[in-house]
Design a protein around this ligand. Structure first.
Ligand SMILES: [Zn+2]
Length: 512
C-alpha cells in the first residue's frame, strides 16, 4: 500500500510538473514570407490583433523578407487566414522547450547548484560555453577571468537581485556592453561572456580602452525564463502591473527618450509595454545611471537576439539621420565585414528605425542622444532567417561561433573608434584579437574575388554615386538595380558592403 501510495504521489507530482511546464504545447513557430507592402500590412494587422496572441520573434530589413512569429496553439487554425505565405518551422514548441531543459538539467543546472551550495567548482570555458548558464554562474566565471575586477552592484532589480558589473583594461576610453536586457534572448548573455573571455587577452585593446561588462541586466526576467515553472519566452522585467495578470515592463522601451512614443505599447500585456512612466523599471535606470556616472565612456553595446543586425540611433524616429550617422555607419560596416570574414554570416546594418522598425524609449537612443555616448550600438545576434528552427532556442553549439563573430566585430569597431578619437590610423591586422578563435581575414575567397581595380571602381561607384546615406539613388545603373532585384535589402534598406560586393562580382562594367 505504501509503495502504491508513493507511486501515486510521484505520478501526481510528475503530472503537476508537466502541467506547469507545458504552456507552449501545440504552439507553433511560423516563418512568414513577407513579399510586398500588402503582406506587410496583413501581418501587421494580425500582430495587432490581441485575440490572436501572436508573438513577433525576428526582424527583417524593411520588414520585407522572412519574419518568425510564435503562434499560440489556439490560433494555429487561423494562420492561413492571415493571407501571407508561410511555413511551419516548429510544429510543437513545447518539445523544443523540454529538450532544452533536459540538457540544462544535466549540465548548467548541476553547475549552478554546486556553485550556490558553496562547493568548490571549476569554471572553465570548456564547461561554460557548452550550455546556457545561470546569471550567477556567468557572473562567477567572468569575475574569475584574468585582469577582471567586480565593481559594486550598479543597483538592485525589481526582485532585489544585484546588477553585476565587471571592469577590465587600462585604457583612457570607457566602453560599456551588456547582455540580457530581454530575458528570453539567451545567446546574448552567453555571447557577452564569450566576448569578455577573448577581450581580456587582447593587450592592444586593453591599452586603449577600459571595458565594463554586465552579463545580464535583466536577471529577474532571465531567471524566470530558466525556471522549471517559469516562462521560457518571457521578454520583459518582472514588475507586476496593477489590474493586469500580465507581468513586466520592457526595459528597452522604458528609457527617457521619446518615452511612450511610436513603436512601444501602453498595454501591460504587450511585449513592448513601455511602463507607467519613463525609468519606472530599475533595470533601465541602473544602466542609465551607470553609464552617466562612469568617466570617459565613449562606447556602448546592447546585445539582443535574433536576426543578425548591427544598428545605431535613431530608433524612435525614421526621419533624418543622427549627426554622427556617417561615422556610426562606417563603424558598423567594419564590424559586419569582420563578422563576415570570421563566420561567413552577413549581418545587415544601419539605423534602428530604418533597419527593423520604429521603437521609442530604447537604450541606444537614450545613451546616444541624452548621455552623448557617440559610439552606441545594438546588435541582434545570430541566428537569422536561414536558421530552420526556433530562433530563441539555438543549439548550444551556436554559443562559441556567436562569440567569435561578435568578438571580431568588437575588435574592428573599437579599433576604428580609437583611430577616430586619437587620430591614428586603423590597425590593418587584428593580431591577438581572437585568441583561440578562427583567424580573422579581410579577404574574400579567391573564387569570387574580382580584380582589385574592378572592386575599387565598382565600390566607389556604388557608394559615392549609386547610394547616399545607405540608400540607393533612383538614378543608379541598370546593373545595380538588377542587384537590388536579387537582394531587396540593398534597394529598400541599406546599400551596404554586401551590395557593393555583389556589384563588384556581377557588374564588372558597372556605370553609374
Ligand atoms: Zn531584444
Amino acid at each position: 500500500m505504501k509503495l502504491a501510495a508513493f507511486l501515486a504521489l510521484a505520478l501526481t507530482t510528475a503530472a503537476c510538473v508537466l502541467a506547469s511546464d507545458s504552456r507552449y504545447s501545440g504552439d507553433q513557430v511560423i516563418r512568414f514570407d513577407v513579399a510586398s507592402p500588402e503582406d506587410q500590412a496583413a501581418l501587421q494587422r494580425a500582430l495587432n490583433n490581441d485575440a490572436l496572441g501572436l508573438d513577433l520573434w525576428s526582424h527583417s530589413g524593411n520588414k520585407i523578407g522572412k519574419i518568425d512569429v510564435r503562434v499560440p496553439a489556439t490560433s494555429v487554425p487561423q494562420i492561413s487566414n492571415i493571407g501571407v505565405a508561410y511555413k511551419v518551422l516548429v510544429q510543437d514548441l513545447q518539445q523544443v522547450v523540454d529538450a532544452e531543459r533536459e540538457h540544462m538539467g544535466k549540465n548548467s543546472e548541476v553547475l549552478h547548484n554546486s556553485l550556490m551550495s558553496g562547493e568548490p567548482v571549476q569554471l572553465a570555458a570548456a564547461d561554460i560555453f557548452t550550455d546556457w548558464q545561470s546569471y550567477e554562474t556567468l557572473s562567477a566565471y567572468i569575475g574569475g577571468l584574468p585582469g577582471v575586477t567586480q565593481l559594486p552592484s550598479i543597483g538592485k532589480t525589481y526582485q532585489g537581485r544585484d546588477t553585476n558589473v565587471f571592469k577590465f583594461g587600462t585604457g583612457p576610453y570607457g566602453i560599456v556592453y551588456h547582455g540580457g536586457i530581454h530575458a528570453r534572448e539567451w545567446i546574448s548573455p552567453a555571447t557577452a561572456a564569450y566576448v569578455t573571455t577573448q577581450l581580456v587577452n587582447n593587450t592592444e585593446l586593453l591599452s586603449k580602452f577600459t571595458f565594463y561588462v554586465m552579463p545580464v541586466v535583466n536577471p529577474d526576467g532571465y531567471a524566470y525564463t530558466r525556471a522549471a515553472n517559469g516562462d521560457r519566452y518571457h521578454r520583459k522585467n518582472m514588475q507586476p502591473n496593477p489590474g493586469s495578470s500580465c507581468i513586466g515592463t520592457d526595459p528597452n522601451r522604458n528609457f527617457d527618450i521619446a518615452w511612450s512614443g511610436p513603436g512601444a505599447s501602453g498595454s501591460a500585456c504587450s511585449e513592448t509595454y513601455y511602463g507607467p512612466s519613463a525609468f519606472s523599471t530599475p533595470e533601465s535606470t541602473n544602466i542609465a545611471n551607470f553609464v552617466k556616472n562612469t568617466p570617459n565612456v565613449v562606447g556602448y553595446v546592447d546585445l539582443h537576439s535574433y536576426s543578425e543586425l548591427f544598428m545605431f540611433a535613431n530608433g524612435y524616429t525614421c526621419s533624418g539621420q543622427v549627426s554622427d550617422y556617417a561615422t556610426l555607419f562606417k563603424g558598423a560596416e567594419l564590424a559586419v565585414d569582420a563578422i563576415k570574414a570570421t563566420s561567413g554570416h552577413s549581418f545587415k546594418y544601419g539605423d534602428i528605425c530604418n533597419t527593423i522598425y520604429q521603437a521609442s524609449g530604447g537604450s541606444v537612443d537614450y545613451i546616444y542622444n541624452k548621455l552623448g555616448v557617440k559610439y552606441s550600438y545594438t546588435i541582434e545576434l545570430r541566428p537569422n532567417s536561414a536558421f530552420g528552427n526556433a530562433g530563441f532556442n539555438p543549439p548550444v553549439s551556436e554559443i562559441i561561433p556567436s562569440g567569435q563573430e561578435t568578438t571580431a566585430a568588437f575588435v574592428a569597431v573599437w579599433n576604428y573608434v580609437y583611430s577616430q578619437l586619437s587620430g591614428t590610423p586603423v590597425p590593418t591586422t587584428t593580431s591577438n584579437a581572437t585568441t583561440a578563435t578562427a583567424p580573422v581575414s579581410k579577404t574574400t575567397s579567391a573564387a569570387t574575388k574580382p580584380s582589385s581595380s574592378t572592386t575599387a571602381t565598382a565600390a566607389a561607384c556604388a557608394h559615392n554615386v549609386c547610394a547616399t546615406g545607405g540608400k540607393l539613388k533612383a538614378s543608379c545603373s541598370a546593373c545595380a538595380r538588377a542587384i537590388c532585384a536579387k537582394d531587396s535589402y540593398c534597394c529598400n534598406t541599406s546599400w551596404d558592403s554586401t551590395c557593393v560586393r555583389e556589384v563588384a562580382q556581377y557588374c564588372p562594367d558597372v556605370t553609374c
